[in-house]
Design a protein around this ligand. Structure first.
Ligand SMILES: NC(=O)c1ccc[n+]([C@@H]2O[C@H](COP(=O)([O-])OP(=O)(O)OC[C@H]3O[C@@H](n4cnc5c(N)ncnc54)[C@H](OP(=O)(O)O)[C@@H]3O)[C@@H](O)[C@H]2O)c1
Length: 265
């Protein structure tokens, strides 16, 4: 019996690279995103992950056809930039709604089926930005830190079942994410922030432009899905990015802040 996977965020970036790769590997693959996907070997399952009922309906449809679900890789997510002082609340909430509550909705809709699988796997996607606070990315960092905590909590909750949960924290990936996300216009920021915001925002956009290919992250995810025992966290990125998550935990807080403030001067 082929295994069945649900990949969210399948219309772009990492999810778009991963879904056909798994299909090639013999999985029956469903791709979820608001836009319908037309990818080789991938069945489209459109839904907005911020709409809990829509996600449940879509997953029920999958289960009616397949009768099982063996893996969920939850790639869907959005970025966003702005100053805490002036970023419009609705813009900030949309990031939390998508990244945290969207992950929550996907978990609630799929956990029961995943637990019934003899080899259930759930990969949530955080970010290196979820391991630290970055200026003018506070909501994104907060949403991804919350995904890390969700994953850690869930791992402990599902102990005693066959399901394994893990959280992936990638560094910069060259996808469309910067082009499609909300970035507060610099003119809306108070003069205190403006120049540093523009530098930080331009730096972020350049880092994403020169980031690793989505296929690299997708291939690593396939390898992780194939493991018998999943680690709680996987950091995927350049050595300096991997080191940054370690440094954040090990360095005294003021030392770490000094390091970051050099970067975001
Ligand atoms: N790119 C990076 O540098 C980077 C770094 C670290 C972590 N990450 C994380 O890695 C994951 C993948 O990022 P990416 O760069 O591949 O993103 P991307 O190219 O911008 O694609 C985002 C995907 O999420 C889907 N999505 C967004 N909002 C949704 C919603 N409300 N309901 C359903 N689907 C939704 C989009 O589909 P629709 O628009 O069709 O709905 C799209 O398929 C994200 O969680 C991101 O935060 C990215």
């Amino acid at each position: 019996m082929p295994q069945v996977a649900l990949i969210t965020g399948a219309s772009s970036g990492v999810g778009q690279a991963l879904a056909p790769l798994l299909a090639e590997g013999g999985w029956r693959v469903y791709g979820m995103s608001r836009r319908s996907v037309a990818l080789p070997g991938v069945m489209a399952l459109p839904a907005d992950i911020t709409d809990a009922e829509a996600v449940h309906r879509a997953v029920d449809k999958l289960l009616q056809v397949e009768g099982r679900l063996d893996a969920v890789v939850h790639c869907a997510g959005i970025g966003g930039a702005g100053a805490v002082e002036t970023m419009p609340l609705l813009r900030a909430r949309a990031i939390m709604d998508t990244n945290y509550w969207g992950s929550w909705n996907v978990c609630q809709a799929t956990l029961e089926a995943l637990r019934r699988s003899p080899r259930g796997r759930l990969l949530l996607v955080s970010s290196i930005a979820g391991h630290m606070g970055i200026p003018f990315r506070s909501v994104y960092c907060g949403s991804k830190a919350a995904v890390l905590a969700l994953s850690d909590s869930l791992r402990l909750e599902v102990r005693g079942s066959q399901l394994q949960v893990s959280c992936i924290s990638p560094g910069d990936i060259a996808t469309n994410s910067i082009a499609t996300q909300y970035r507060q216009p610099a003119a809306e920021l108070a003069p205190l922030y403006r120049a540093r915001y523009q530098r930080a925002d331009a730096g972020m956009a350049a880092n994403v432009d020169h980031g690793m290919p989505a296929e690299r992250v997708a291939r690593r995810m396939v390898a992780i899905l194939g493991k018998d025992s999943l680690a709680p966290h996987y950091v995927i990125g350049e050595p300096v990015q991997q080191l940054s998550t370690l440094a954040r935990r090990l360095l005294p807080a003021r030392t770490w802040e000094w390091v970051l403030s050099r970067y975001y001067s």
